[in-house]
Design a protein around this ligand. Structure first.
Ligand code: HXC
Length: 295
């Protein structure tokens, strides 16, 4: 889709880069010439991913163990990374989530999510942003949120609240840090099946009408879940030069799923040709009846 050297010369840090969406975005960045640094909690997973992606893309990738709940560890890791050379981009991808009735959540349960998504993402962003401001260097931050930032979402309230906070941070800092040539945007992905998210968020029960994979496909206007390459392409576009005026935005990539819940007539997409012929006839008859009554 892009020139193979689109990201050449860029150093990009991807949090939660060892698996799921973070791994796929890293794969794309490497393919287009970036140097990628992945971080995450599980060293073994990170090392395996780094080896796999290096073999596959022949690109330059390294890994740092980091739990973004630990602000001191963030400071130390970012200092170490910048000592080797300044970053050009940060992708806030690391997250945690599980479904639960909100009235079943303890304060610790809320913190388990908020400490990663809300606090962790802010601390990563501010630590890297401060470095760029100090060095007078431009930078790009991309955060992965969800469409729940616009709609809210039941049963994942700590995540919906925390992701909404990232949305607000992105819009606020786009203005505050615009003068420093630091731009911030978000991607709000719809259903992109990954093992980590799906195993925690996809109850395969009769009451939910099967797994989230099946219900995401049948209710999606495009009739399918997202393909990783589609997300990777959007992330690559946002991390590249050439659209430096684009900042403070959140772009949904969900096949139109979240918009379809808002329209009154979205379900009519399932009607067949004969249904539409019948509807047209019914409307015509009703109009004729009205006309007769008026004359
Ligand atoms: C209710 C729960 C719970 C559950 C944990 N808790 N699971 N409460 N329902 N299912 C409560 C515990 O009882 C405890 O509170 C507190 O949370 C902390 O529990 P821990 O087991 O110590 O949690 P912790 O080790 O901190 O791990 C939580 C986690 C973990 C980090 C979120 O699940 C994890 O490692 N997840 C991997 C990353 C992940 O979730 N990926 C998916 C991201 S998908 P008490 O009061 O008992 O002490 C995503 C977007 C999806 O974010 C978008 C889809 C469209």
């Amino acid at each position: 889709m892009f020139d193979k050297n689109l990201l050449k010369g860029k150093r990009i840090l991807v949090t939660g880069g060892g698996s799921g969406l973070g791994k796929e975005m890293s794969r794309h960045f490497l393919t287009y010439g970036a140097e990628v640094i992945i971080c995450g909690r599980r060293d073994e997973v990170l090392q395996k991913t780094a080896t796999e992606l290096a073999d596959e893309t022949k690109g330059n990738i390294s890994a740092h163990s980091l739990d973004i709940r630990d602000s001191l560890a963030i400071e130390e890791t970012i200092n170490n990374i910048f000592d080797e050379g300044p970053l050009d981009g940060l992708v806030n991808n690391a997250a945690g989530n599980f479904i639960s009735r909100t009235n079943d959540l303890s304060p610790n349960g809320f913190n388990a999510i908020a400490s990663i998504v809300f606090h962790g993402t802010f601390n990563m962003t501010n630590t890297v942003g401060k470095k760029w401001i100090e060095l007078n260097k431009p930078g790009t931050i991309l955060s992965i949120t969800t469409t729940w930032v616009w709609t809210g979402s039941p049963f994942v309230v700590p995540s919906a609240m925390s992701k909404s906070g990232i949305n607000a941070m992105t819009k606020s800092l786009a203005v505050e840090w615009g003068p420093h040539n630091i731009r911030l945007n978000c991607i709000a992905p719809g259903p992109f099946p990954t093992e980590g998210a799906w195993s925690r968020l996809s109850p395969d029960t009769e009451a939910t009408g099967g797994s989230m994979d099946q219900s995401s496909m049948s209710s999606n206007p495009m009739g399918r879940v997202g393909e990783m390459s589609e997300l990777g392409n959007l992330a690559t576009f946002l991390m590249a030069d050439g659209c430096d005026y684009l900042t403070g935005q959140t772009i949904a990539i969900d096949g139109g799923a979240y918009l379809s819940a808002g329209g009154t007539f979205s379900s009519l997409g399932k009607l067949k040709d004969e249904d539409w012929t019948n509807i047209r006839e019914t409307i015509k008859k009703s109009n004729e009846k009205d006309k007769k009554m008026r004359s």
